[in-house]
Design a protein around this ligand. Structure first.
Ligand code: ADP
Ligand code: MG
Length: 723
């Protein structure tokens, strides 16, 4: 029975480190060669069309058919020269993966074979929308949807396919993807932020967001992975006793990277670099077999595309190295899970990072304005932000005494705490002639650099790290676009309100700077309870947060409610990011996704427990029974006693497993019969999922009892230490 497991161990003992070949020692020689970027565009499309395209991108205008035709022709020539045979609209439906449908350039026209790709095919396509989640928007007779070109994210080459980043819309015009709302939220933030920047600097005419996502992941050998049906089906281990050596030695973090893994990293980084993904850092993470990759930050939309692409690439390249990448938030119980830390900031067309303090007091008022507004936004919409990171996988991290808690809070460090305290206690400032305005306002002493590595709080879900905010609670497998969409939208709303309040004071005759500081002071006070500098994993924080009236929503079905709450619908509609119909559809889709995940886990648990674990336990128990009979034959009744105890112990656990699997199956049946999606999700969450741990406990106990030679599933100690 344990054949697969031992065959796998045998296989990995004979593994060799796969070689990698670097195209050149200089990254700049191959960086971006698979991207139809600025250089390629200039070379392959006429300067007139190029200018029209750039203008359209910068001003967010519609691209005329002639320009589209010219760009398509250039793209086609560029791609075919590089061996492309097909093109596809690459999009991000509300599943966990990206989608593509390949069409050949090749066509036969009047009996003559030609390679064709027109502007119309670049701009719009009609994939069969019926195979993607739509949350009830799409009627069956209207199964069409279409994809629309996003010219702000460059086309790229994957193998022999030209991939064109697009948004995905239902036939009736509702957004059914991650990119569409993200683009709208970026526009909303741009508008609101530029209006506020106008107080400080008339040259700021465009504001855009930046993102640098730090991606955590686990690696498992392919042979062991294939011997674990739970990893294959659910992406996480549903059983497995903790190894004798876990992360308690804390020796993995920043330790040396095993050669096999190292080569895998180099390999996927080369592929990523070719696609213009600016990979910057690689290192081990806290848990054994856990690693991290982080790019240099980029424009938010591009960075989200790049992260999706990178995850895809990593999975593909891993196969060459006989490895499997796990992006699940909690693939192994008892050791750290994986997140995707979203480092987010706002930058201007004048090259300024609005969340970066400067040495000049005058410039610091703009920094402080954006800094305080972000905190206020998180305070006012904490629930919506919590909802944006809700998933079945992330439930294992949030609120599970590890990684950021489910309570949203903001960490800002000692320096900024002091500054906000000073601002808060500053009273109503009267400015007289000759006063140093900024000194008087109490904002003259912000140090230029607050980047201090010791000043980091790893337990905070949302932390200021010197020149950006780091949304750490995002799950490793998530598409960053959704939490970023929410963040942009709520910050846009806060800035809009802020501007209105400042204007009101200015209209009443208040000096501009004083008006700004007055409103900031109110915001600092009003949002104070969201700030927390202590240990986010501690029991005290849970109690303290409750006292402060902060939400602590631990499960996905409950967190998702906020998406269709009144304030959420209002803010999304006001900023034209998503309408209520789109939100309701999204809500349905996310609930369904949650249900499916738990359903799959339940099935895997039932199957493994009943068909793999129970037979193994009984076979071993039979061995013990013969042993007892043998001992008794020899008159060794006393010696047989402990063996009999073990036999009973095995029976106890097998009985628990059989009973609870039965209960779980019944609970699933009951849940499946519920018409209401929310009710069904709640039932999966509370009635079905609650059996998982009980079953797991019994299985993990059996793992410790049953002869190692007989145990069918690769053990944690075998999976977690890569050789
Ligand atoms: P660490 O957090 O490990 O100390 P860094 O501060 O250098 O490392 O950056 C971590 C991530 O934050 C990187 O992906 C980096 O590109 C990103 N980052 C740095 N500055 C910004 C910014 N202004 N906007 C968005 N992301 C940023
Ligand atoms: Mg970090």
């Amino acid at each position: 029975m344990a054949y697969l497991r031992f065959k796998a161990i045998d296989t990995i003992n004979n593994r060799k480190t796969e070689p990698v070949t670097t195209p050149s020692n200089k990254i700049s020689d191959f960086y971006g060669i698979n991207v139809f970027g600025q250089d390629a565009m200039k070379k392959y499309i006429s300067s007139g069309a190029y200018k029209a395209l750039m203008a359209a991108i910068e001003q967010g205008e519609k691209i005329d058919p002639e320009t589209a035709d010219a760009v398509a022709a250039g793209m086609k020539a560029w791609a075919i020269e590089r061996g492309a045979t097909h093109y596809t609209h690459w999009f991000q439906p509300l599943t966990d993966a990206t989608a593509e449908k390949h069409d050949a350039f090749f066509e036969v026209e009047n009996g003559i074979a030609i390679e064709k790709f027109k502007g119309s095919a670049l701009v719009q396509q009609e994939p069969d929308a019926s195979s993607f989640p739509s949350g009830g928007i799409r009627q069956t007779f209207e199964a069409r949807g279409y994809t629309g070109w996003d010219p702000t994210s460059p086309a790229f080459l994957m193998g022999t396919t030209l991939c064109i980043p697009t948004i995905f819309v239902s036939y009736t015009g509702e957004l059914l993807d991650y990119k569409g709302p993200l683009l709208r939220s970026i526009a909303a933030l741009d508008k609101a932020a530029v209006a506020v920047c106008d107080y400080f600097d008339k040259d700021i005419t465009k504001v855009y967001c930046t993102l640098g996502p730090e991606q955590e992941y686990f690696l498992v050998d392919e042979a062991l992975y294939n011997a674990r049906p739970d990893l294959v089906m659910a992406g996480r281990t549903v059983f497995g006793h903790s190894p004798a050596r876990g992360q308690q030695l804390e020796d993995h973090y920043f330790g040396s990277i095993p050669p096999r893994v190292h080569n895998f990293m180099i390999d996927f980084e080369i592929e990523a670099m070719k696609l213009g993904i600016p990979i910057k850092t690689r290192h081990n993470e806290v848990a054994p077999s856990q690693f991290e990759v982080a790019p240099t930050f980029e424009d938010l939309n591009l960075s989200c595309d790049h992260n999706q692409l990178l995850m895809d690439l990593m999975s593909k390249v891993a196969e060459r190295h006989h490895l499997r990448v796990l992006f699940h938030e909690k693939p192994f119980a008892g050791i750290n899970g994986s997140g995707k830390h979203n480092n987010w900031s706002i930058a201007t067309n004048t090259g300024k990072n609005l969340l970066s303090p400067s040495s000049k007091p005058k410039e610091n008022l703009i920094f402080l304005t954006f800094f305080v507004n972000v905190i206020k936004a998180v305070h006012d919409y904490a629930d919506l932000l919590r909802c944006s990171i809700a998933s079945a996988g992330n439930d294992h991290r949030l609120g599970a005494n590890e990684a950021p808690p489910a309570i949203m809070s903001v960490f800002i460090g000692q320096t900024m705490t002091d500054i906000l305290d000073e601002l808060e206690n500053n009273g109503n400032v009267k400015i007289s002639k000759g006063d140093n305005l900024y000194m008087k306002l109490g904002i003259s002493r912000i140090p230029e650099l607050i980047l201090d590595n010791t000043d980091r709080n790893r337990t905070s879900p949302f932390a200021f790290t010197g020149n950006k905010f780091e949304f750490r609670a995002v799950g490793a497998s998530a598409n960053s676009a959704w939490p970023m969409t929410v963040l942009n939208t709520i910050v846009a709303e806060t800035l809009t309100k802020f501007k209105a309040e400042v204007d009101k004071q200015i209209d009443k005759g208040e000096k501009k700077e004083v008006a700004i500081v007055n409103v900031l002071r109110e915001y600092v006070k009003a949002s104070k309870r969201i700030r927390f500098e202590g240990n986010g994993y501690s029991e005290e924080w849970i109690q303290e947060a409750a006292k402060r009236g902060l939400s602590n929503v631990k499960t996905t079905p409950e967190a998702l409610d906020f998406m269709i709450s009144k304030p959420a619908i209002e803010v999304f509609e006001k900023h034209e990011v998503l309408n209520h119909k789109e939100l309701e559809a999204r809500y349905e889709i996310m609930l369904e996704k949650y249900i499916k995940k738990i359903q799959i886990e339940g099935r895997v648990i039932g199957d493994l427990a009943v068909n793999h674990i129970i037979p193994t336990a009984i076979a071993y128990q039979n061995k013990l029974i013969s042993n007892v009979k043998g001992l008794k034959d020899l008159g060794l009744d006393e010696e047989a006693k402990p063996v009999i105890e073990t036999i009973k112990e095995i029976s106890k656990h097998t009985k628990t497993i059989l009973t609870e699997v039965e209960n779980m199956t019944e609970a699933r049946k009951k849940a499946n019969n519920m018409d209401n999606t929310k009710q069904r999700a709640m039932s999966y969450c509370y009635d079905v999922k609650s059996k998982f741990d009980i079953i797991r406990y019994a299985v993990d106990k059996l793992e410790l009892i049953v002869d190692d030679e007989d145990w069918p599933l690769p053990k944690y100690r075998e999976m977690l230490f890569i050789r």
